[in-house]
Design a protein around this ligand. Structure first.
Ligand code: ATP
Ligand code: MG
Length: 362
């Protein structure tokens, strides 16, 4: 809390500094403007008094000065706006400047796959000395569901990020159908994957478009979108004023805001729409979901992962309500592997965590 307050104060100080500078500059400009106008008007009246110019010309000159002054004020305000916008634009330009990965056209194109095999894979995040995943060996096979579990910081997300091809600077090899992942065009590899993340994005689009984003080249295929929505148990379309064309989110007048569970169901529908995927990942829905919505999301995922490699990352073991092999991680390594029943019978770390969770808080 103290840290939050100090960060907030830092930002407020920065803002205060900016406004102080702006007020100071404004004051100096106003002062100069009043001074110069007074001098010019004095000269004009002096000339009129001496008969050098007509009194009518004095009025015309004063009007012109006022116009020029207003124009300068506008330019100054615009320059200030431009400076503020350029601060945001700088961030955007920095993102745009990032090199596009793997544009190498000589790389192989991947359309689908059956297995992903990790061979002695170790991975450290940049500027860290500790391995987030260490000497990892595992084979993920089509038609199977894998549940990735373990304590906080055990490496679940890191393993997922490596499978999704987010990082390629790992040691060891990741083999896709026994060929090195790095030999494939990464874009084509990613087009074979479908992921539903815990922190889903609320797109300010129509319901149709939100699902269609899953596969841009098929975005206009309305029948396919309807099938995806049915498979994901999206049962609230009829309640929306504009049905499938309903604008979602909060940005527009006609927008309709969905609940957390409804957004999550739409992300699952988007994953169903991407029906060409060979591997699907579901990062467990957040605890904000009510138990019925949570169960509906897990049921949909079970359907979605049929005939694909299914990865389910769980943060709560009580949620393991569908069949699959459990990969239990600790310090970036697999310490236990097997079915829920196997691991409970073993009575080791998995069983301890499961029983600890089952005890209701006092
Ligand atoms: N972006 C990052 N930069 C540096 N270190 C990281 C980064 N992300 C994760 N780590 C470190 O890597 C290790 C594994 O983290 P990871 O996020 O994979 O754990 P996790 O099992 O997903 O944990 P959680 O249950 O909290 O989601 C941790 O020690 C973590 O501190
Ligand atoms: Mg994680």
């Amino acid at each position: 809390m103290d840290k939050f307050i100090s960060i907030r104060e830092y930002f407020l100080d920065q803002n205060k500094d900016m406004y102080k500078k702006r007020t100071r500059t404004n004051f100096i400009i106003q002062l100069l403007s009043i001074l110069s106008t007074t001098i010019i008007i004095f000269i004009l009246f002096w000339d009129a008094f001496r008969g050098v110019i007509l009194i009518g010309s004095v009025v015309a000159y004063i009007n012109s000065i006022t116009n020029v002054k207003d124009s300068f004020k506008k330019i100054f305000a615009l320059a200030h706006e431009l400076h503020q916008d350029s601060l945001h634009a700088k961030d955007i330009l920095e993102v745009l400047k990032l090199p596009v990965q793997n544009e190498d056209k000589s790389k192989k194109i991947l359309k689908h796959f059956h297995t992903i095999r990790f061979e002695n894979v170790s991975f450290k995040y940049q500027n860290t000395s500790k391995y987030a995943l260490y000497n990892f060996n595992f084979s993920f096979k089509k038609g199977k569901n894998y549940i990735i579990a373990g304590k906080n910081g055990s490496g679940k997300s890191t393993l997922t990020k490596l499978i999704l091809g987010f990082y390629l600077n790992y040691d060891g090899r990741i083999l896709v159908d026994e060929q090195d992942l790095k030999e494939f065009e990464i874009k084509s590899y990613r087009s074979c994957l479908s992921a539903v993340f815990q922190d889903f994005t609320m797109h300010q689009l129509s319901l149709n478009e939100t699902v269609g984003l899953g596969r841009l080249e098929k975005m206009d295929d309305f029948e396919k979108i309807k099938i995806a929505l049915e498979l994901a148990n999206v049962d609230f379309v009829d309640n929306l004023p504009d049905k499938y064309n309903q604008q979602l989110g909060t940005w527009f007048e006609s927008s309709h805001q969905l609940s957390g569970g409804e957004w999550q169901k739409l992300s699952i529908a988007r994953a169903f729409f991407r029906d060409n995927a060979s591997l699907v990942v579901l990062d467990e829905p957040s605890s904000a979901l009510d138990p019925l919505s949570e169960q509906a999301v897990i049921n949909s995922f079970r359907k979605l992962s049929k005939n694909k490699i299914g990865l389910f990352i769980t943060h709560r073991l009580k949620n393991i309500k569908f069949n699959g092999d459990i990969i239990f991680l600790e310090n970036g390594k697999i310490i236990e592997y097997g079915t829920h029943e196997d691991l409970l019978a073993q009575g080791e770390e998995y069983a301890k965590m499961y029983h600890a969770e089952s005890v209701p808080p006092k």
